[in-house]
Design a protein around this ligand. Structure first.
Ligand code: ATP
Ligand code: MG
Length: 417
């Protein structure tokens, strides 16, 4: 089944707001087995909106529209839809009374202009909005099912998941679609793709595909079958095949993150603590670790030692070591991690020092070069990495690599890279 995503708003075509709705919707549609033919974006113009709806309805099995449902003059989506459908707008008494009740509850008076938000084209159905005042619209034009939702991302997401997905899932199949996403860090998408080679054949069911976001290469498995049981069995079988190929490279699934997985590992069976000593990441590693609720069980302190003096004053790194090897060196991160572990009385300490750029690189130590130290009860490890990308990317990958080093240690496995 094919869908078209239409986003509406002057702010979008003017470039003032980035259209995150379409990206999010495409992801959701793919996860329930729909192919997205196109993203279309138009401004708040009756002609443009009705033209886009009419054109899309001849090409897609479904059209998913966001924006232009507000109470103001520039919110024209419902008028445009009624025009294309060739029907008048009608007041939906049910939604009007719901809106009046909502305003009463918030002790605000409902203005006359808000009444327009309870109007929908004759013959269409209202989609309940549990997060705002604009109801959505569910209409059919020819063989195309049209869903109109508000532009506000949070309202749109809630409405899509509650009220649109069930209709699309029912239409997309005679059976069941199940998906699972596995996450990896440490190897590029091409390497992961190469490892999964045979599984990624497009004609295969379940399908296996990769996406990359902020250094995390994710593997999305979509299983289609006639029955729930068959879909589950096929999904489990393909997951097992992916796990067999990728092994420990997979750190988690679905909404798991590197820090959330580490939180589980550090508190499994017994609590183990970790300290951080950061230079170029400026606290990012500590931030990632403490993003997790309950992180005080395993994270007590970290140091940001950005300057050479700080490394010496706070962590006691000998000035001679810094002089001889430079601040970005395995010797320095080794000393930083040993000292941080001792001072924090922690089970583990991670230290990072690198050249985040854009300036400060030399032929010997180019931008992207990052040294990571890891001190544990049985010794210390120091490694040098080279991360591609801009300052933000280098810092992000460095912090994630530090977490990955700790993860492999906790799993008692050798890092494959
Ligand atoms: P309502 O939500 O009341 O129906 P609306 O649908 O017209 O109104 P807008 O007023 O156009 O929504 O937009 C509300 C907010 O949502 C604005 O901040 C706008 O920038 C944002 N927004 C609208 N469309 C998108 C989009 N495609 N991607 C990201 N943000 C969007
Ligand atoms: Mg708008």
């Amino acid at each position: 089944m094919n869908a078209i995503v239409l986003s509406i708003g002057d702010e979008l075509v003017l470039g003032q707001t980035v259209d995150t709705n379409s990206a999010w919707l495409s992801n959701e549609l793919a996860s329930i087995g729909w192919s997205v033919l196109a993203h279309v974006t138009v401004g708040d113009s009756l002609t443009e909106i009705s033209g886009a709806i009419a054109a899309a309805s001849t090409r897609g099995d479904a059209l998913v529209v966001t924006g232009g449902l507000g109470p103001t003059k520039d919110d024209l989506t419902r008028d445009a839809l009624a025009q294309v459908l060739g029907v008048p707008l009608e007041m939906n008494a049910d939604w009007l009374s719901r809106m009046e009740a909502m305003f009463r509850l918030r002790k605000r008076t409902m203005s006359e202009s808000n009444r327009i938000q309870a109007m929908i084209p004759r013959g269409a159905k209202m989609i309940e909005n549990t997060a705002g005042t604009a109801a959505g619209i569910d209409a059919t034009l020819g063989s195309c099912r049209i869903f109109v939702m508000p532009g506000v991302p949070a309202e749109m997401r809630t409405m899509f998941q509650r009220s649109v997905i069930p209709h699309l899932s029912a239409k997309s199949q005679d059976g069941v679609i199940l998906t699972r996403t596995l996450h990896t860090f440490g190897q590029g998408e091409s390497v992961v793709g190469e490892m999964l080679r045979n599984l990624m054949d497009r004609s295969r069911n379940p399908t296996v595909g990769t996406t990359v976001s902020e250094g995390v290469v994710s593997v999305r498995i979509v299983s289609r079958a006639n029955t729930q049981r068959e879909a589950e069995e096929n999904l489990a079988h393909t997951i097992a095949q992916c796990v067999a190929v990728l092994g420990d490279l997979i750190y988690g699934a679905q909404d798991q993150t590197l820090p959330s997985v580490l939180a589980e590992l550090l508190t499994k069976d017994q609590i183990r603590t970790v300290a951080t000593a950061e230079s170029c990441t400026g606290g990012l590693l500590a931030k990632m670790l403490t993003d997790i609720p309950g992180s005080s069980r395993y994270f007590q302190r970290g140091w940001i030692t950005y300057s050479n003096e700080a490394k010496t004053d706070l962590l006691g790194v000998e000035p001679q070591i810094i002089e001889r090897h430079g601040a970005v060196s395995e010797e320095v991160v080794r000393a930083m991690s040993i000292s941080a572990r001792k001072k924090a009385s922690a089970d583990f300490a991670l230290a990072i020092s690198g050249v985040a750029g854009p300036d400060g690189g030399t032929p010997a130590k180019p931008v992207g070069m990052v040294c990571i130290g890891f001190a544990h009860a049985d010794g210390v490890l120091a490694r040098t990495f080279s991360f591609p990308g801009n300052r933000q990317m280098v810092r992000d990958r460095a912090a994630k690599m530090a977490l990955t080093i700790l993860r492999y240690h906790l799993l008692a496995r050798q890092m494959p890279f």
